[in-house]
Design a protein around this ligand. Structure first.
Ligand SMILES: *Cc1c(COP(=O)(O)O)cnc(C)c1O
Length: 371
């Protein structure tokens, strides 16, 4: 049977060539592996516009590991973090600070509401102890695009340091270090770069990273130590995810061939348009207005029709080869459909046809959400 079409925020559908790149065993001290590692790191710095100012530190694990590593490495034990929250990933950063013992305050808005840069500026003016600010670029909980450039300007103006969780945006939504001031950005192999899951990376301002010796709360999550060792030995501390790195190298080649961030983002925007227009034509409502929606994952309100049973809907789509994602919201009952991964408009149209068929079979007529 063919692989399912993953309409999720990761792991994602990958190309055959990315999958095939994993069919080889690598010695981690082999010259070819070392060259591949250097190529991947350089490619990622370039993608972030950080040539000459920023460095890339890769880390074993899923995306959460590198976010936790970023917070622990950059925020010193004497520091204080302002965490901007409008979804589960912002909340997760607060939990990380609880666990690792970093002082923090939060600025929280509802999941369908972007943070207000003026409010952040006021908070920073009122609390001189804050040293760092953390924000999520695309909050995957709802799919909302947060105004990272405006927040970066406010943070830089106040003399504080910005840490960005750009996990679900990196590679598809512009984030250029020459235009947006940040000390560190965290992302992973298995989202918009369309690699396999298993490694994260941090793009860090070199001068900021150099000042991070001794900050980290955990040896394996110490990005400073990982960086210093990689610079010195050209190798990873601890076993690298060799096959995943090879797939990531191939994924980066394909990203470049598609036209980089503009090309990748363009395909996702077309996917998003087809999906949202098609779902609205059926009668579904999106949580977010188009002006706040990132072309990554779309939240749809759960229809109030008693015939609409989400588990049945999910199972019918899954049987047809389309995997969607449950909602994770507190503001509204919902489900999510992703538009990232090696998918194009034909996949979106296929998903819409499967959705129409599932609704017919369930005898769902009214798609209006509960008031
Ligand atoms: C996916 C994601 C993460 C990391 O999730 P993992 O499941 O650990 O890979 C972190 N932040 C955001 C915004 C994400 O979308």
């Amino acid at each position: 049977m063919a692989d399912p079409v993953l309409l999720t925020p990761g792991p994602l559908t990958t190309s055959m060539t990315v999958k095939q790149a994993m069919l080889k065993d690598w010695g981690s001290r082999d010259k070819a592996f070392i060259a591949m590692n250097a190529r991947v790191r350089e490619g990622l710095v370039e993608l972030a516009g950080g040539q000459g100012t920023h460095v890339c530190v890769p880390l074993q694990g899923s995306g959460t590991f590198v976010v936790e590593a970023m917070l622990g490495t950059f925020v010193p034990k004497t520091g204080k973090l302002l965490i901007i929250i409008n979804g589960a990933y912002g909340k997760r950063m607060a939990r990380m600070c609880d666990v690792m013992g970093r002082r923090y305050v939060v600025s929280e808005t509802a999941e369908d509401t972007p943070p207000n840069p003026q409010a952040i500026a006021a908070l920073l003016a009122g609390d001189k102890e804050i040293t760092h600010v953390a924000v999520v670029h695309c909050e995957t909980t709802s799919g909302i695009l947060n105004p990272v450039a405006e927040i970066a300007a406010v943070v830089a103006k106040s003399g504080r340091k910005l840490l960005i969780d750009a996990m679900s945006a990196f590679g598809a939504i512009e984030l250029d270090a020459r235009q947006v001031t940040f000390d560190a950005v965290a992302a992973s192999s298995n989202k918009c770069i369309e690699g396999a899951p298993g490694l994260g990376f941090c793009i860090a301002r070199q001068s900021a990273l150099e000042a991070c010796a001794g900050n980290a709360h955990a040896l394996s999550l110490d990005l400073y130590d990982q960086w210093v060792n990689m610079e010195k030995t050209k190798q990873w501390r601890f076993t690298p995810p060799t096959h995943v790195l090879a797939a990531f190298d191939q994924a980066l080649t394909e990203h470049k061939a598609e036209g980089g961030v503009a090309g990748r983002g363009g395909r996702y925007r077309r996917n998003c348009r087809v999906l949202v227009d098609g779902m609205r034509a059926l009668g579904f409502e999106t949580l977010l207005p188009d002006s706040l929606q990132a072309p990554i994952i779309i939240t749809f309100r759960m229809p109030a029709d008693p015939n609409f049973h989400f588990e049945t809907f999910y199972d019918k789509l899954s049987a047809a080869g389309y995997v969607i994602y449950p909602g994770k919201l507190t503001v509204a009952d919902s489900f999510r459909v992703g538009c990232i991964g090696r998918l194009d408009e034909s996949h979106m149209k296929g998903a819409l046809a499967a959705i129409r068929k599932a609704l017919d079979e369930m005898k769902v007529n009214a798609l209006k959400p509960a008031a």
